[in-house]
Design a binder for this molecule. Structure first.
Ligand SMILES: C[S@@+](CC[C@H](N)C(=O)[O-])C[C@H]1O[C@@H](n2cnc3c(N)ncnc32)[C@H](O)[C@@H]1O
Length: 284
């Protein structure tokens, strides 16, 4: 289980009697993270993007978002920019995609992978975007709200930069939705992970409706894993480094032993749900 973890910024070691330290979240402050944590985050983004279950979810999200030739679109919290480039291929040379991330590191990685499509990469904060009101035909934001102090403020800003009648698409995880079979201690372990907004995916619809978005459609996509190493590419609960940082050592040991036995028997099963929520900004 060598996949990098989204939560493993600080690398403290614990004696068996020590409570684990609460890690800071490198996804919320990537540029301030230690070098090794930065490398892990980028590796994590790549591993997750390459995973068939994540690709299945993104494919459904792209169909719902339905980018059309000539459109002006925004991907906020773009990470390594993979989705922005997919969108750019759909809008074509007549359209454009702005790919914005708070992290200069993420933006530089995204730029280094530029493929010649019409993507404009820039550093920016979702809570204060550097675009005029009503600038975009569509705005997309994946796995960002769960890391923010004020997800509702972020949604307001997504709406501000979207034209009347344009669409806002929020994709996020519900880390409280996990189910499992074949091994023990799952809920004890998950309870020690300090996600800022673990239910961001499930609550996106209510947040968007409250913010005035109309005609909201929401789709749950359940990602499932039958091999622990495969799950670790997407799910921090199975990542050694994240466990070391977030979870008490004795509990980690019991958990990993049980997971290993489950893998040996061939009955490991873990699933969690992501939510794709899309709606239209009210006409002026
Ligand atoms: C889990 S990653 C998701 C990246 C990408 N959307 C994806 O799905 O691969 C979260 C991203 O949100 C960015 N982020 C965090 N806070 C942000 C903020 N206030 N404004 C813009 N981006 C932010 C992080 O730098 C990181 O690249």
């Amino acid at each position: 289980m060598n996949s990098p973890s989204p939560l493993a910024q600080t690398a403290g070691s614990h004696s068996s009697s020590e409570a684990p330290q609460i890690p800071s979240n490198p996804f919320a402050h990537l540029d301030g993270a230690a070098d090794e944590a930065q490398r892990r985050v980028i590796r994590y983004l790549d591993a997750a993007a390459a995973h068939p279950e994540m690709q299945r979810m993104r494919s459904a999200a792209n169909e719902m978002f339905a980018p059309a030739p000539g459109e002006r679109l925004l991907d906020v919290g773009c990470g390594a920019g993979e989705v922005a480039r997919q969108l750019a291929a759909r809008v074509g040379a007549e359209g454009s995609v702005a790919a914005v991330d708070q992290s200069a590191l993420a933006v530089s990685v995204a730029e280094s992978r530029h493929d010649g499509t019409s993507v404009d990469y820039s550093v920016g904060d979702i809570t204060a975007l550097d675009f005029p009101g009503g600038h975009f035909d569509g705005v997309r934001c994946e796995r960002v709200l769960q890391h923010l102090p004020d997800p509702d403020g972020a949604i307001q800003e997504l709406i501000r930069v979207t034209r009347p009648g344009g669409r806002v698409c929020v994709i996020d995880t519900d880390w409280t939705s996990y189910v499992w079979d074949g091994f023990d201690h799952m809920s004890d372990v998950a309870g020690q992970f300090p996600f800022p907004h673990p239910a961001a995916g499930r609550t996106a619809r209510a947040r968007m409706v409250k913010a005035g978005i109309r005609a909201t459609t929401t789709l749950p996509v359940t990602l499932r894993f039958t091999v622990p190493e495969d799950a670790a590419a997407v799910v921090p609960f199975f990542d050694d480094e994240a466990l070391r940082i977030c979870v008490q050592p004795e509990l980690t040991k019991r958990f990993l032993t049980s997971v290993r036995h489950s893998a040996e028997r061939g009955d490991f099963l873990f699933a969690f749900t992501m939510w794709i929520t899309i709606g239209r900004v009210a006409a002026a």
